[in-house]
Design a protein around this ligand. Sequence first.
Ligand SMILES: O=P(O)(O)O[C@@H]1[C@@H](OP(=O)(O)O)[C@H](OP(=O)(O)O)[C@H](O)[C@H](OP(=O)(O)O)[C@H]1OP(=O)(O)O
Ligand SMILES: Nc1ncnc2c1ncn2[C@@H]1O[C@H](COP(=O)(O)OP(=O)(O)OP(=O)(O)O)[C@@H](O)[C@H]1O
Length: 414
Amino acid sequence: MSDIIGTRDQSSVRAYTQPLDIDLDANDWMYHHEGNENILFKYIGSSGGSHSMLQGQILRLQKHNVPISGASEDDGSSTSDSKMRERTLLQLYHDRSTFSHDVIGRLLGEKYILPQRLVRVSAYLISQLNAAAASQRPANRLHKQADVDQALGVLIPDMSGDGQRLSIEIKPKWGFLPTSRSVDPVKHRTCRYCMHKYLKHSADKASGFCPLDLYSGDSERVEQAVDALVANPQNNFRVFIDGNLVDSSPVQAVAHWDVFKSVLVGILVEDGVLPRLADLQRSLDRLDIEGVYPEYLAALRSGALSGAEPSIEDWVTACSTYISCEQDSVVSDKQAVLEFMLSVTLKDISMMIQIDSWPPQSLEDPKPSYSIAIVDTDAKKLSKMTMYLERDQAIVKNYLDLFPDTAQQTQCTE
Ligand SMILES: O=P(O)(O)O[C@@H]1[C@@H](OP(=O)(O)O)[C@H](OP(=O)(O)O)[C@H](O)[C@H](OP(=O)(O)O)[C@H]1OP(=O)(O)O
Ligand SMILES: Nc1ncnc2c1ncn2[C@@H]1O[C@H](COP(=O)(O)OP(=O)(O)OP(=O)(O)O)[C@@H](O)[C@H]1O
């Protein structure tokens, strides 16, 4: 079905079985950022007893309790129980890493996936990190905090940069219009983001960003998308200078913004990751939630899906089957659902573009070297399928209520 096949790097996966066992000091970590599921701390090494291997690393901690299936409920006092808990946790993290590298990396290109390393974290460390971060966290995220019981955290390279580095984060969202004839016709005209923004925000706050401009490969449209992101970044656009999030307009904060913008547009047009992402999103989601939901129910009825979350073997098999099948070939209900779920992950990733040195030596011919990483490559929960259908219906209904006439609706173009 696709020629998008990355290479496998087993070394990063193997690293997962050997968690680092070093004394982490909360004073060495600074609150960096967070999403809905994870909170991240940046290594600053200010306690005096710094570890060189932690330089340039981010500690990613989960904000919700790690589900431990099969483990007995224990207070951690029994050695055999805590060993079992550790084994279960290691398996869970190993599966996550395998999903990032062997599924998402294989689809998108391994070079975009960051190496990950497990590290032991104590409840005391996490409670100290939670306390130190409290005053810096956004109000809308405070209902969750790092789970003190997780025992293991993940170290990933810090893509927000340091020194003269500049880093741009873009959450590009959905890069295609559905083609399936069985979906609501408005979806053929207006892209998911351009409808969803009216459900998330009032019309006056809705962003002018259309992801299809960003994915278009056309310099003018990509520049238009960057301008719209700068004007209304929401959670789709962030700039980090020297590793710190810029909270003012990048037009003022970034030296020679206009030159920088053309460099950024050049990278977005020339690097293959955006077209790859859009192709994958589209071909993994051929039926749309409207078409795949009945297949989900059929797979549950037939027992092909049990109602439990897919195993890592299910994901790896679904990915291999997708890669080996011809475009438009008929697949099983289970395969269709798993492909859809892979597209959900790919519709929610962020790209971090790190520019090695800015401003450049020559503004006339700026060609800074850069690297791109794709972050937030976790599997999404199959248990959210019904929510996805309901959200889709809510998005379309709200949009059609606001813009009932075709002439009023945004015409998005791929
Ligand atoms: O459905 P969407 O498009 O709103 O995506 C959700 C994101 O919303 P946004 O990008 O603001 O629209 C949402 O982002 P925010 O929390 O709003 O920053 C999450 O990324 C969510 O994923 P998860 O539940 O944390 O695994 C995302 O949910 P999934 O659809 O990826 O499960
Ligand atoms: N390797 C990295 N280097 C620097 N910053 C990062 C890195 N990975 C993530 N971040 C920052 O942390 C934020 C949250 O990270 P992440 O996307 O992993 O959280 P999440 O809770 O899984 O997100 P979501 O809400 O999409 O589920 C990102 O949007 C980005 O700003």
